[in-house]
Design a protein around this ligand. Sequence first.
Ligand SMILES: [Zn+2]
Ligand SMILES: [Zn+2]
Length: 288
Amino acid sequence: MATPAGKHSAVSPRSSGALLGRGPGTVQELRRLPAVPVPADGEAFASWVDRTAVAMGLSPGLAARALGLEYRTNDRVPALFGILPTPASLDGLCTTTGLQADVVETMHLSRYDGTILNFNALHPGYDKPLEHLLGKQWLQLTGSRACPHCLARSDVWPLWWRLGIAAVCPDHRCLLIDTCPACGIALRRGSKNTPGTLLRRTHVTLDLRECGNRQPNPGKPRSPTVCRQRIADTPPPGPGGSGRHPAARARHRRRGSSSAGGPAGHRRGLVRRPPLHRRTCPAGRSRR
Ligand SMILES: [Zn+2]
Ligand SMILES: [Zn+2]
């Protein structure tokens, strides 16, 4: 459901536009967007950006720029996208949507810092490959697991599906899937060679219920083939740990029976730490 971006916000001096650096050698004028989807409870940031892109009729890469996200070391993916919101991205989102910082922060994996994840070595200015720093953490740096049944009724991808312990959907009591059976690439990875890239140039309208991963197109290198597999049509792995992902198999080995009841950390109430960089948006209140 789209909501006028300024509906619940007071008009700020910056709502008419602000000049912010958005990436190496680029300066972009940010403006308050007319409407953005309301973030769902527990939604992953990438999911919200995708839904915003659909609402705007843009590619995810162009939507990310319109939202004011910070691009730092490359132009393929915003800095620390979905991991930790940078101060520049928070400022940009505040200008373009009026979203308060704490709302944005709860959509990032940094909300689990100090519980199942340890982000002590991570800071907003970090600009090296995250694999070196977070490669051993129980998370998916790019991509996400998913419950096909949940996605049959909603476009929202929960944040906890990106945790390493995410194994079972507590609502449908089925194992989550992590790889698309059609293209063989991890869900929401994007592509094998350039994971996490947010496409800017694409003539294919994003369908949030489809895989959307891209594979090389030898005939048209600049127009990769997009996987149209509907995730809701993907059968979950069978009970008993015969499925694909290691968390489910490990859980099954430990318990000696089929998994049920949801990811342990999630069920046991991961304690949410205060956001690392709490800020307030002068433009107005949260629109949760
Ligand atoms: Zn489900
Ligand atoms: Zn696919």
